[in-house]
Design a protein around this ligand. Sequence first.
Ligand code: EPZ
Length: 372
Amino acid sequence: MLKITGGQHLSGTVEISGSKNASLPIIAASLLLEKVTLHNVPRIGDIFSLLEIIVSLGVIVDFTGNRLTMDMTAISLRNMDRELMKKIRASILLLSPLLYRFGTVDIPFPGGCNIGKRPIDEHLNGLREIGYDSVDGSESIHLSGTLQAGDKNLYAGFAVTATENLITANVLRSGKTRIHLAAIEPHVVNLVDFLKKQGANITINYDHTIDIVGVENINPAGEFSIGYDYIESGTFVVFGALCSEEYIDIHHACISGLTSFLGKCHEVGVRFQDLGNDTLRVFRSEHLKAVKFQTNVFPGFPTDLQSVFCILLSQAEGVSRVQEIMFEGRLNFLVELEKMKGHPALMNPHEALIFGPTHLRGATVSSWDLRA
Ligand code: EPZ
Protein backbone atom coordinates (compact mmCIF):
# COMPACT_ATOMS: atom_id res chain seq x y z
CA MET A 1 0.00 0.00 0.00
CA LEU A 2 1.46 3.40 -1.03
CA LYS A 3 -0.01 6.60 0.44
CA ILE A 4 0.85 9.61 -1.72
CA THR A 5 0.12 13.22 -0.74
CA GLY A 6 -0.24 15.30 -3.90
CA GLY A 7 0.62 18.89 -4.66
CA GLN A 8 4.35 18.41 -4.12
CA HIS A 9 6.88 19.75 -6.59
CA LEU A 10 10.03 17.80 -7.43
CA SER A 11 13.49 19.29 -7.82
CA GLY A 12 17.02 17.94 -7.82
CA THR A 13 18.57 14.78 -9.28
CA VAL A 14 17.54 11.16 -9.52
CA GLU A 15 20.00 8.27 -10.03
CA ILE A 16 18.42 5.57 -12.20
CA SER A 17 19.00 2.06 -10.85
CA GLY A 18 20.09 -1.14 -12.54
CA SER A 19 17.56 -2.67 -14.93
CA LYS A 20 15.05 -5.17 -13.47
CA ASN A 21 14.54 -6.80 -16.86
CA ALA A 22 18.28 -7.18 -17.44
CA SER A 23 19.02 -8.41 -13.90
CA LEU A 24 16.45 -11.23 -14.06
CA PRO A 25 17.74 -13.04 -17.22
CA ILE A 26 21.38 -12.43 -16.22
CA ILE A 27 20.82 -13.91 -12.74
CA ALA A 28 19.16 -16.93 -14.41
CA ALA A 29 21.94 -17.32 -17.02
CA SER A 30 24.52 -17.10 -14.20
CA LEU A 31 23.43 -20.63 -13.21
CA LEU A 32 25.52 -21.83 -16.18
CA LEU A 33 28.65 -20.68 -14.32
CA GLU A 34 30.14 -21.70 -10.94
CA LYS A 35 30.70 -18.30 -9.33
CA VAL A 36 29.28 -14.92 -10.43
CA THR A 37 29.48 -11.38 -9.09
CA LEU A 38 26.93 -8.87 -10.43
CA HIS A 39 27.06 -5.11 -9.74
CA ASN A 40 24.29 -2.49 -10.01
CA VAL A 41 21.53 -5.03 -9.22
CA PRO A 42 18.36 -3.16 -8.11
CA ARG A 43 16.94 -3.98 -4.66
CA ILE A 44 13.34 -4.63 -5.72
CA GLY A 45 10.69 -7.28 -5.12
CA ASP A 46 11.15 -9.31 -8.30
CA ILE A 47 14.87 -9.67 -7.64
CA PHE A 48 14.33 -10.85 -4.06
CA SER A 49 11.68 -13.31 -5.26
CA LEU A 50 13.99 -14.78 -7.93
CA LEU A 51 16.85 -15.00 -5.42
CA GLU A 52 14.61 -16.93 -3.01
CA ILE A 53 14.06 -19.48 -5.78
CA ILE A 54 17.80 -19.53 -6.56
CA VAL A 55 18.60 -20.15 -2.87
CA SER A 56 16.10 -23.05 -2.84
CA LEU A 57 18.25 -24.52 -5.64
CA GLY A 58 21.18 -24.69 -3.24
CA VAL A 59 22.99 -21.64 -4.62
CA ILE A 60 24.89 -19.58 -2.01
CA VAL A 61 23.76 -15.97 -2.45
CA ASP A 62 25.05 -12.75 -0.91
CA PHE A 63 23.17 -9.55 -1.87
CA THR A 64 24.74 -6.54 -0.15
CA GLY A 65 23.91 -3.06 -1.46
CA ASN A 66 23.61 -3.52 -5.20
CA ARG A 67 26.32 -6.19 -5.35
CA LEU A 68 25.16 -9.80 -5.79
CA THR A 69 27.43 -12.83 -5.53
CA MET A 70 26.26 -16.34 -6.41
CA ASP A 71 28.09 -19.64 -5.81
CA MET A 72 26.62 -22.57 -7.77
CA THR A 73 28.92 -25.26 -6.35
CA ALA A 74 26.08 -27.04 -4.53
CA ILE A 75 23.25 -26.38 -7.00
CA SER A 76 20.55 -29.09 -7.09
CA LEU A 77 16.87 -29.54 -7.91
CA ARG A 78 16.23 -31.39 -4.64
CA ASN A 79 14.64 -28.52 -2.70
CA MET A 80 13.54 -26.26 -5.55
CA ASP A 81 10.67 -24.10 -4.29
CA ARG A 82 7.93 -24.63 -6.88
CA GLU A 83 5.41 -22.42 -5.06
CA LEU A 84 7.74 -19.42 -5.33
CA MET A 85 8.10 -20.00 -9.08
CA LYS A 86 4.40 -19.22 -9.55
CA LYS A 87 4.97 -15.69 -8.20
CA ILE A 88 7.05 -14.17 -10.97
CA ARG A 89 7.16 -14.44 -14.74
CA ALA A 90 10.97 -14.45 -14.65
CA SER A 91 11.05 -17.98 -13.17
CA ILE A 92 10.51 -19.20 -16.75
CA LEU A 93 14.11 -18.02 -17.40
CA LEU A 94 15.41 -20.80 -15.15
CA LEU A 95 14.29 -23.43 -17.69
CA SER A 96 17.32 -23.28 -19.97
CA PRO A 97 20.18 -23.24 -17.42
CA LEU A 98 18.53 -25.96 -15.28
CA LEU A 99 17.94 -28.13 -18.38
CA TYR A 100 21.57 -27.66 -19.39
CA ARG A 101 22.80 -28.71 -15.96
CA PHE A 102 20.34 -31.51 -15.10
CA GLY A 103 18.77 -32.60 -18.41
CA THR A 104 15.33 -32.47 -16.84
CA VAL A 105 13.16 -29.87 -15.12
CA ASP A 106 9.62 -29.71 -13.83
CA ILE A 107 8.36 -26.22 -13.02
CA PRO A 108 4.88 -24.77 -12.50
CA PHE A 109 3.52 -22.34 -15.08
CA PRO A 110 5.12 -18.97 -14.22
CA GLY A 111 3.19 -16.06 -12.68
CA GLY A 112 3.63 -12.44 -13.56
CA CYS A 113 1.64 -9.22 -13.89
CA ASN A 114 -1.96 -9.71 -15.03
CA ILE A 115 -1.48 -7.77 -18.26
CA GLY A 116 -2.55 -10.60 -20.51
CA LYS A 117 -2.46 -14.35 -21.03
CA ARG A 118 1.37 -14.60 -21.04
CA PRO A 119 1.76 -17.85 -23.09
CA ILE A 120 5.02 -19.79 -23.18
CA ASP A 121 4.67 -21.67 -26.48
CA GLU A 122 7.63 -19.80 -28.02
CA HIS A 123 9.85 -20.96 -25.14
CA LEU A 124 8.71 -24.59 -25.40
CA ASN A 125 8.87 -24.78 -29.22
CA GLY A 126 12.48 -23.59 -29.18
CA LEU A 127 13.56 -25.96 -26.40
CA ARG A 128 11.90 -28.91 -28.16
CA GLU A 129 13.67 -27.99 -31.39
CA ILE A 130 17.09 -28.38 -29.74
CA GLY A 131 16.38 -31.77 -28.16
CA TYR A 132 14.20 -31.42 -25.07
CA ASP A 133 10.83 -33.20 -24.91
CA SER A 134 8.06 -31.53 -23.02
CA VAL A 135 5.11 -33.06 -21.25
CA ASP A 136 2.64 -30.32 -20.33
CA GLY A 137 0.78 -31.03 -17.13
CA SER A 138 -2.29 -28.94 -16.27
CA GLU A 139 -0.30 -27.02 -13.68
CA SER A 140 3.33 -27.55 -14.64
CA ILE A 141 5.86 -27.87 -17.40
CA HIS A 142 8.01 -31.00 -17.51
CA LEU A 143 10.96 -30.94 -19.91
CA SER A 144 13.73 -33.52 -20.32
CA GLY A 145 16.22 -34.74 -22.90
CA THR A 146 19.71 -34.11 -24.17
CA LEU A 147 20.91 -31.18 -26.26
CA GLN A 148 21.10 -32.07 -29.97
CA ALA A 149 24.19 -30.95 -31.90
CA GLY A 150 23.95 -29.30 -35.30
CA ASP A 151 22.64 -26.12 -36.89
CA LYS A 152 19.18 -24.95 -35.81
CA ASN A 153 16.71 -22.20 -36.77
CA LEU A 154 14.54 -21.07 -33.87
CA TYR A 155 11.71 -18.51 -33.70
CA ALA A 156 11.03 -16.18 -30.75
CA GLY A 157 8.01 -14.20 -32.00
CA PHE A 158 9.65 -10.98 -30.74
CA ALA A 159 8.97 -12.19 -27.18
CA VAL A 160 11.59 -10.95 -24.73
CA THR A 161 11.90 -13.78 -22.19
CA ALA A 162 11.48 -16.37 -24.97
CA THR A 163 14.44 -14.79 -26.79
CA GLU A 164 16.45 -14.72 -23.56
CA ASN A 165 15.67 -18.36 -22.74
CA LEU A 166 16.67 -19.50 -26.23
CA ILE A 167 19.93 -17.52 -26.13
CA THR A 168 20.93 -19.05 -22.78
CA ALA A 169 19.87 -22.54 -23.96
CA ASN A 170 22.19 -22.45 -27.00
CA VAL A 171 25.44 -20.76 -25.94
CA LEU A 172 26.92 -24.14 -24.91
CA ARG A 173 25.13 -26.30 -27.51
CA SER A 174 27.40 -27.73 -30.21
CA GLY A 175 26.39 -26.14 -33.52
CA LYS A 176 25.11 -22.86 -34.91
CA THR A 177 21.78 -21.37 -33.84
CA ARG A 178 19.89 -18.58 -35.59
CA ILE A 179 17.05 -17.12 -33.55
CA HIS A 180 14.56 -15.41 -35.89
CA LEU A 181 12.13 -12.66 -34.82
CA ALA A 182 14.30 -12.11 -31.76
CA ALA A 183 13.52 -9.35 -29.27
CA ILE A 184 16.41 -6.84 -29.13
CA GLU A 185 15.31 -4.73 -26.16
CA PRO A 186 18.22 -3.16 -24.18
CA HIS A 187 17.89 -5.89 -21.55
CA VAL A 188 18.31 -8.61 -24.20
CA VAL A 189 21.46 -6.83 -25.40
CA ASN A 190 22.70 -6.66 -21.79
CA LEU A 191 22.23 -10.44 -21.41
CA VAL A 192 24.19 -10.97 -24.64
CA ASP A 193 26.97 -8.68 -23.34
CA PHE A 194 27.10 -10.68 -20.09
CA LEU A 195 27.32 -14.04 -21.89
CA LYS A 196 29.91 -12.78 -24.43
CA LYS A 197 32.05 -11.53 -21.55
CA GLN A 198 32.03 -15.11 -20.21
CA GLY A 199 33.16 -16.48 -23.59
CA ALA A 200 29.92 -17.06 -25.53
CA ASN A 201 29.86 -16.41 -29.30
CA ILE A 202 26.72 -14.35 -30.05
CA THR A 203 25.90 -11.78 -32.76
CA ILE A 204 22.80 -9.58 -32.86
CA ASN A 205 21.84 -8.64 -36.44
CA TYR A 206 19.88 -5.64 -37.72
CA ASP A 207 17.00 -7.87 -38.95
CA HIS A 208 16.09 -9.10 -35.45
CA THR A 209 18.03 -12.37 -35.89
CA ILE A 210 20.55 -13.49 -33.28
CA ASP A 211 23.34 -15.87 -34.31
CA ILE A 212 24.98 -18.14 -31.73
CA VAL A 213 27.97 -20.42 -32.34
CA GLY A 214 28.06 -22.97 -29.53
CA VAL A 215 31.27 -23.04 -27.48
CA GLU A 216 32.75 -25.93 -25.47
CA ASN A 217 32.61 -23.99 -22.22
CA ILE A 218 32.35 -20.51 -20.77
CA ASN A 219 34.29 -18.94 -17.87
CA PRO A 220 33.50 -20.79 -14.62
CA ALA A 221 33.73 -17.49 -12.72
CA GLY A 222 32.25 -14.26 -14.04
CA GLU A 223 31.74 -10.63 -13.06
CA PHE A 224 29.46 -8.05 -14.72
CA SER A 225 27.75 -4.72 -14.12
CA ILE A 226 24.03 -4.61 -14.98
CA GLY A 227 22.91 -1.83 -17.35
CA TYR A 228 20.56 0.93 -16.22
CA ASP A 229 16.75 0.77 -16.32
CA TYR A 230 15.35 2.76 -19.28
CA ILE A 231 11.76 2.12 -18.13
CA GLU A 232 12.48 3.66 -14.73
CA SER A 233 14.14 6.58 -16.54
CA GLY A 234 11.09 7.11 -18.78
CA THR A 235 8.90 7.13 -15.67
CA PHE A 236 10.94 9.99 -14.21
CA VAL A 237 10.73 11.91 -17.49
CA VAL A 238 6.93 12.05 -17.04
CA PHE A 239 7.41 12.91 -13.35
CA GLY A 240 9.68 15.76 -14.30
CA ALA A 241 7.36 17.10 -17.00
CA LEU A 242 4.26 17.11 -14.78
CA CYS A 243 5.53 17.60 -11.23
CA SER A 244 8.86 19.43 -11.13
CA GLU A 245 9.22 22.93 -9.65
CA GLU A 246 11.34 23.97 -12.64
CA TYR A 247 13.25 20.84 -13.73
CA ILE A 248 14.77 17.58 -12.52
CA ASP A 249 18.00 15.94 -13.70
CA ILE A 250 18.04 12.21 -14.49
CA HIS A 251 21.46 10.49 -14.23
CA HIS A 252 21.99 7.26 -16.25
CA ALA A 253 18.90 8.28 -18.25
CA CYS A 254 19.45 5.57 -20.96
CA ILE A 255 18.75 8.21 -23.61
CA SER A 256 19.77 5.85 -26.45
CA GLY A 257 17.18 3.28 -25.33
CA LEU A 258 14.36 5.84 -25.15
CA THR A 259 14.39 7.23 -28.69
CA SER A 260 10.75 6.37 -29.50
CA PHE A 261 9.50 7.41 -26.08
CA LEU A 262 11.39 10.74 -26.03
CA GLY A 263 10.26 11.41 -29.61
CA LYS A 264 6.63 11.10 -28.48
CA CYS A 265 7.30 13.20 -25.35
CA HIS A 266 8.71 15.93 -27.58
CA GLU A 267 5.63 15.72 -29.83
CA VAL A 268 3.38 16.20 -26.76
CA GLY A 269 5.42 19.26 -25.79
CA VAL A 270 7.65 17.94 -23.01
CA ARG A 271 10.80 20.09 -22.75
CA PHE A 272 14.05 18.29 -22.03
CA GLN A 273 17.77 18.82 -22.58
CA ASP A 274 20.55 16.25 -23.05
CA LEU A 275 23.30 17.48 -20.70
CA GLY A 276 25.76 14.84 -21.95
CA ASN A 277 27.16 11.87 -19.98
CA ASP A 278 23.69 10.28 -20.26
CA THR A 279 22.12 12.94 -18.04
CA LEU A 280 18.73 14.28 -19.08
CA ARG A 281 17.26 17.53 -17.71
CA VAL A 282 13.44 17.50 -17.87
CA PHE A 283 11.58 20.77 -17.41
CA ARG A 284 8.10 21.28 -16.01
CA SER A 285 6.10 21.37 -19.25
CA GLU A 286 2.84 23.25 -19.87
CA HIS A 287 0.44 23.46 -22.84
CA LEU A 288 0.84 19.79 -23.67
CA LYS A 289 -1.03 18.57 -26.72
CA ALA A 290 -2.76 15.29 -27.47
CA VAL A 291 -1.02 12.71 -29.70
CA LYS A 292 -1.60 9.16 -30.85
CA PHE A 293 0.88 6.39 -30.06
CA GLN A 294 1.25 2.65 -30.49
CA THR A 295 3.33 0.28 -28.39
CA ASN A 296 5.70 -1.96 -30.29
CA VAL A 297 8.74 -4.21 -30.08
CA PHE A 298 12.07 -2.42 -29.62
CA PRO A 299 13.01 0.10 -30.94
CA GLY A 300 9.30 0.99 -31.05
CA PHE A 301 7.46 2.62 -28.13
CA PRO A 302 7.94 0.34 -25.05
CA THR A 303 4.73 -1.28 -23.77
CA ASP A 304 6.18 -0.93 -20.26
CA LEU A 305 5.94 2.87 -20.56
CA GLN A 306 2.40 2.87 -21.98
CA SER A 307 0.60 3.42 -18.66
CA VAL A 308 3.06 6.12 -17.57
CA PHE A 309 2.62 7.93 -20.89
CA CYS A 310 -1.18 7.77 -20.56
CA ILE A 311 -0.88 9.82 -17.35
CA LEU A 312 1.05 12.45 -19.29
CA LEU A 313 -1.69 12.43 -21.96
CA SER A 314 -4.36 12.98 -19.29
CA GLN A 315 -2.79 16.46 -18.95
CA ALA A 316 -2.61 17.13 -22.70
CA GLU A 317 -5.11 19.35 -24.55
CA GLY A 318 -7.32 17.27 -26.87
CA VAL A 319 -8.10 13.62 -27.55
CA SER A 320 -5.15 11.22 -27.53
CA ARG A 321 -5.29 7.71 -28.96
CA VAL A 322 -3.45 4.74 -27.44
CA GLN A 323 -2.85 1.42 -29.22
CA GLU A 324 -1.44 -1.31 -26.99
CA ILE A 325 -0.59 -4.04 -29.50
CA MET A 326 1.31 -6.32 -27.10
CA PHE A 327 -0.97 -7.17 -24.17
CA GLU A 328 -4.74 -7.46 -24.07
CA GLY A 329 -4.95 -6.49 -20.38
CA ARG A 330 -2.58 -3.59 -20.19
CA LEU A 331 -5.12 -0.78 -20.71
CA ASN A 332 -7.33 -1.99 -17.85
CA PHE A 333 -5.53 0.36 -15.42
CA LEU A 334 -7.45 3.22 -17.08
CA VAL A 335 -10.42 2.43 -14.83
CA GLU A 336 -8.21 3.64 -11.96
CA LEU A 337 -7.50 6.87 -13.82
CA GLU A 338 -11.28 7.44 -13.98
CA LYS A 339 -11.42 7.16 -10.16
CA MET A 340 -8.99 10.11 -10.12
CA LYS A 341 -11.38 12.05 -12.38
CA GLY A 342 -9.37 11.34 -15.51
CA HIS A 343 -11.34 10.88 -18.71
CA PRO A 344 -10.20 7.77 -20.63
CA ALA A 345 -12.41 5.76 -22.96
CA LEU A 346 -11.45 2.10 -23.40
CA MET A 347 -12.54 1.22 -26.95
CA ASN A 348 -11.38 -2.41 -26.90
CA PRO A 349 -8.63 -4.42 -25.13
CA HIS A 350 -6.02 -2.89 -27.42
CA GLU A 351 -7.20 0.69 -27.93
CA ALA A 352 -8.23 3.67 -25.80
CA LEU A 353 -8.84 7.40 -26.10
CA ILE A 354 -7.65 9.87 -23.45
CA PHE A 355 -9.51 13.19 -23.21
CA GLY A 356 -7.56 16.02 -21.64
CA PRO A 357 -6.54 18.02 -19.87
CA THR A 358 -8.27 16.73 -16.71
CA HIS A 359 -7.52 17.82 -13.17
CA LEU A 360 -6.69 14.55 -11.39
CA ARG A 361 -7.90 14.23 -7.78
CA GLY A 362 -6.62 11.98 -4.99
CA ALA A 363 -8.44 8.64 -4.72
CA THR A 364 -7.92 5.08 -3.56
CA VAL A 365 -6.75 3.16 -6.61
CA SER A 366 -5.32 -0.29 -7.35
CA SER A 367 -2.28 -1.16 -9.36
CA TRP A 368 -2.99 -3.65 -12.15
CA ASP A 369 0.66 -4.25 -12.95
CA LEU A 370 3.93 -2.93 -11.65
CA ARG A 371 4.25 -0.24 -14.31
CA ALA A 372 0.68 1.02 -13.76
C1 EPZ B 1 8.97 -9.13 -20.97
O1 EPZ B 1 7.95 -10.04 -20.65
C2 EPZ B 1 9.06 -8.18 -19.78
N1 EPZ B 1 9.38 -8.93 -18.58
C3 EPZ B 1 7.76 -7.42 -19.62
O2 EPZ B 1 8.00 -6.44 -18.63
C4 EPZ B 1 7.45 -6.69 -20.92
O3 EPZ B 1 6.20 -6.05 -20.78
C5 EPZ B 1 7.39 -7.67 -22.09
O4 EPZ B 1 8.64 -8.41 -22.16
C6 EPZ B 1 7.21 -6.98 -23.42
O5 EPZ B 1 8.28 -6.07 -23.61
C7 EPZ B 1 10.66 -9.32 -18.37
O6 EPZ B 1 11.54 -9.05 -19.17
C8 EPZ B 1 10.93 -10.07 -17.10
P1 EPZ B 1 5.51 -12.08 -22.80
P2 EPZ B 1 7.78 -11.38 -21.49
O7 EPZ B 1 4.52 -12.24 -21.73
O8 EPZ B 1 8.91 -11.60 -22.42
C9 EPZ B 1 3.68 -13.23 -26.87
C10 EPZ B 1 7.62 -5.22 -16.75
O9 EPZ B 1 6.76 -4.32 -16.66
N2 EPZ B 1 4.22 -14.55 -26.51
O10 EPZ B 1 6.29 -13.27 -23.20
O11 EPZ B 1 7.50 -12.46 -20.53
C11 EPZ B 1 2.73 -12.70 -25.80
O12 EPZ B 1 1.41 -13.05 -26.07
C12 EPZ B 1 7.27 -6.53 -17.41
O13 EPZ B 1 8.83 -5.12 -16.40
C13 EPZ B 1 3.74 -15.68 -27.15
O14 EPZ B 1 2.84 -15.59 -27.99
O15 EPZ B 1 6.55 -10.99 -22.38
C14 EPZ B 1 2.95 -11.21 -25.91
O16 EPZ B 1 2.16 -10.69 -26.95
C15 EPZ B 1 5.78 -6.69 -17.58
N3 EPZ B 1 4.26 -16.88 -26.82
C16 EPZ B 1 4.41 -11.09 -26.29
O17 EPZ B 1 4.78 -12.31 -26.88
C17 EPZ B 1 5.27 -17.03 -25.90
O18 EPZ B 1 5.75 -18.15 -25.66
C18 EPZ B 1 5.34 -10.86 -25.10
O19 EPZ B 1 4.73 -11.45 -24.00
C19 EPZ B 1 5.75 -15.87 -25.25
C20 EPZ B 1 5.20 -14.64 -25.58
